[in-house]
Design a protein around this ligand. Structure first.
Ligand code: ATP
Ligand code: SF4
Ligand code: MG
Length: 306
């Protein structure tokens, strides 16, 4: 991928489990363009949330670096790069009122004490929350309002990058569609850049300029969204697309979904995808494939891609 203003360079994050390790991220490189929207897609357990938290500095990578506007920010919380949790309703303190939840980041950072009420009103307005909910507790809000509060919280500290982890997966279709529309408007208005994590390709198709496909802690394919959706090269990407209803009936990818995703404690040798791949070669069992550029903004990790 082209160099962006936020770069993820070969990061590794392994969770220790007893004497073993879960290799949640195993050498991930990505780039987010300024004011771009990068979608990260993969099955459950592929490492998406770990990646989001690592980019936001909530987890420190054991190897590799996160570079934002030329500065290394690995393992450091940074006001400019904010993460919105996958499960916002659980991430919000149920005993805090909306106004205090939104102000929390400003208080922790001792920012603008005199302007706080104004900022709270401004971000609530930006995410479409009526003023009356400022005194509500999370338990008194709808799912859509909870997501908006989670967004308002991070917007209050004026970030440049938002990492949105499954922003609409807990919402019904119309509430989700409205939230995505609001996010698109917000991005333009506040000149934000987004990383959107989702298992739902329809969400990413609608919102993203670039896509990265993750499988068992590795990026298997990445590039411009139109390439990924219309000319996918990796079997796993094809499998994800085939599992999803296509809006264009002329677009036919027939790939059967085979077997369960890789067990993170017993990852296959060579290409981690080989037990599920209908095109696997004997080489695939022995040797992990490298990343190959198949177009200017399209790269694939597969022995067949070269
Ligand atoms: P989902 O789509 O279900 O949210 P994900 O792609 O976000 O999944 P992660 O939550 O990043 O996946 O998890 C990646 C791997 O790391 C999984 O195998 C998961 O079980 C493991 N993992 C995540 N958090 C921890 C933790 N705190 N301790 C140990 N293992 C963990
Ligand atoms: Fe399939 Fe081999 Fe390519 Fe892996 S490297 S996706 S097993 S063809
Ligand atoms: Mg997740």
């Amino acid at each position: 991928m082209t160099a962006g203003f936020l770069q993820v360079k070969n990061i590794v994050y392994h969770y220790p489990v007893g004497r073993k390790k879960i290799k949640a991220l195993d050498g991930i490189s990505l780039a987010l363009k300024r004011e771009g929207t990068l979608g990260i897609v993969g099955e459950s357990g592929s490492g998406k949330s770990t990646l989001g938290k690592t980019i936001a500095g909530l987890l420190a990578p054991q190897r590799g670096a996160i570079v934002f506007k030329g500065l290394e920010i690995s393992g450091k919380m940074n006001t400019s790069v904010q993460y919105v949790f996958q499960n916002s309703s659980k991430a919000l303190n149920p005993r805090m009122r909306v106004r205090d939840l939104i102000a929390e980041g400003l208080i922790i950072q001792k920012k603008w004490p005199r302007k706080r009420d104004l900022i709270i009103r401004d971000v609530m307005d930006a995410v479409g929350l009526p003023e009356r909910v400022a005194s509500y507790l999370p338990g008194q809000l709808s799912g859509g309002q909870i997501q908006r509060v989670a967004l308002a919280r991070v917007l209050a500290v004026e970030p440049e990058v938002l990492i949105l982890d499954e922003p609409v997966s807990s919402l019904d279709v119309t509430t989700g569609a409205m939230l995505l529309l609001m996010l698109a408007e917000l991005r333009k208005k506040k000149k934000l850049s987004y990383i959107i994590i989702s298992h739902d390709l329809a969400v990413l198709r609608q919102t993203c300029t670039d896509i990265a496909v993750i499988y068992a802690g590795k990026i298997v394919e990445a590039g411009r969204a139109d390439y990924i959706f219309t000319k996918p090269r990796h079997m796993y990407t094809k499998m994800l697309l085939a599992a999803h209803p296509q809006p264009d009936p002329a677009f036919k990818i027939r790939v059967e979904i085979r077997r369960e995703a890789a067990d993170p404690l017993h990852l296959p040798s060579g290409c981690r995808f080989h037990p599920r791949c209908p095109e696997a070669l004997p080489l695939c069992r022995r040797q992990p494939p490298g990343m190959v550029n198949v177009a200017k903004e399209h790269c694939v990790s597969c022995h067949l891609a070269g």
